[in-house]
Structure formats: C-alpha cells, structure tokens
Design a protein around this ligand. Structure first.
Ligand code: E4P
Length: 227
C-alpha cells in the first residue's frame, strides 16, 4: 500500500514522514489555503521535507488546458521530477492530461466520482486517478464500491494507471479500500493517527513495561547486556 499524506501543514509533514512509511504528499487549493501562507515558500518548504524520493502532488488552479500546462511547467522548475500535477476531471482537464503526458509530466486526475471518469482519465494517460470516497459516502453513494469497480475495470483492461483513493474520514473506509485491492490512499494526519491507534495495543505495551519492571526495575536490555 502507498500511504500518502493529504496536508500542507509543514510541521505535520515533518512529523509524519519521520514516523510513518509515507510515499508522498498531496495537496489541493483548499488544503493549501488552510495554511494561510505565501504559496512559493510553502511549496518549497514541503519539497525540502519530502526530499527527492517522495512524490509531491500539487493541483493546478487554472481550468484551461493551456494555462494548466503553463502552471505545470512553472511548478516543475521548482519541484523537479517527483512532481505530480493534479488535474480535476473536466473536458479541459482531460485535454491537459494528455498534453502533460506528451510533455513528460506525471499526472494525477482528481475529483473522480464515477468509474467512467476514471476510465477516461486513464485513457488520456493519467498515472493516478483519485476517487473521493468520503464525499461519495456523504451523497449516499458507495465510495468503496466505486473504488472497487475502478480497480476491477483497470485490471480487466490491463490498464497501468494506479488508483489513489482520497477523501477519508474513517479507518473502516481505508480498510475496505485495501480489501478491494486498491494500491494507494491519501489520508490526512488525523486519519493516519486513527489507523495506528488501538486501546488494546496501548494496554499491551503498558503491561509489558509493568511486568518487565517487576523483575528488572528500570534497567533496559542494553543495561543488562553491558553489566
Ligand atoms: C486529495 O486528493 C483530495 O483532494 C482530498 O483527499 C479530498 O479530501 P476531503 O474530501 O476530505 O476534502
């Protein structure tokens, strides 16, 4: 599973890339706006944290294909090879997708709500498609089922585009995504915290520590080996 961090909060990116096996960062205009910072220093700082080995997905703000290309070119000057241009699906977005691919860009087609949007994006050459699970659930659709059908459809048709499931609120949504064979998720830090937490795990760790101390006190394994 590729776990990607869905935030532009640099402190959180620093913290979560330190602890978790994070493959990259995704942003969108809403996520960027929340930081209330100048755009250029913000994306440079994020790039500095994620480094050259992790992906950095940045969404363009223009809704015109030619302008999307110009934004992408300017972003690539700053971010380099691991930049993924996020393009919301639309006619201009689709045109921008194949034009970006012709120019050697990585592309993530975003704001995907249906299976056929995903198919069109993949056919245009997108590297990732990002279906919005929780937003689908919120409109009494079934986010997991949409992702499941996109995964199956790509498999059946031998399509290499990856499914980057997005928009999560619960552990259950992330788990069900994994159970339908989806290869990648982008989750915000709160959901990542929920994914690792279980009260029984905390209890088990406390019990291990208490039992150890009844015999060895505050000495660690290293203390005992070096004695
Ligand atoms: C990521 O690509 C999406 O923009 C993001 O996951 C949307 O999440 P939200 O529905 O919580 O805003």
């Amino acid at each position: 599973m590729l776990y990607i961090l869905d935030t532009a909060d640099t402190e959180k990116i620093r913290r979560y890339t330190y602890y978790f096996p994070i493959a990259g960062v995704t942003t969108n205009p809403t996520i960027i706006s929340k930081e209330k910072r100048d755009f250029l220093p913000l994306i440079k700082e994020i790039k500095g944290i994620v480094g050259d080995s992790r992906m950095f997905h940045i969404q363009t703000t223009s809704q015109d294909a030619d302008k999307i290309i110009e934004e992408a070119k300017a972003l690539r000057e700053i971010i380099g090879e691991k930049l993924y241009i996020k393009v919301p699906i639309s006619q201009e977005g689709l045109r921008a997708t194949w034009m970006l691919k012709e120019r050697g860009f990585n592309v993530t087609e975003t704001a995907i709500f249906t299976q056929q949007q995903a198919m069109l994006a993949a056919t245009a050459g997108a590297d990732f498609v990002a279906p919005y699970v929780n937003r689908l659930d919120n409109i009494v659709s079934d986010g997991v089922n949409v992702v499941s059908e996109i995964v199956q459809m790509f498999k059946l048709n031998d399509i290499k585009t990856k499914v980057l499931a997005a928009s999560f609120k619960t552990v259950e949504q992330v788990h069900k995504i994994a159970m339908v064979g989806c290869q990648s998720v982008t989750v915000n830090p709160d959901v990542l915290d929920q994914l690792i937490y279980h009260p029984m795990t905390m209890l088990a760790i406390d019990d291990f520590e208490a039992d150890w101390k009844t015999v060895y006190g505050n000495k660690s394994i290293l203390d005992l080996i070096k004695e």
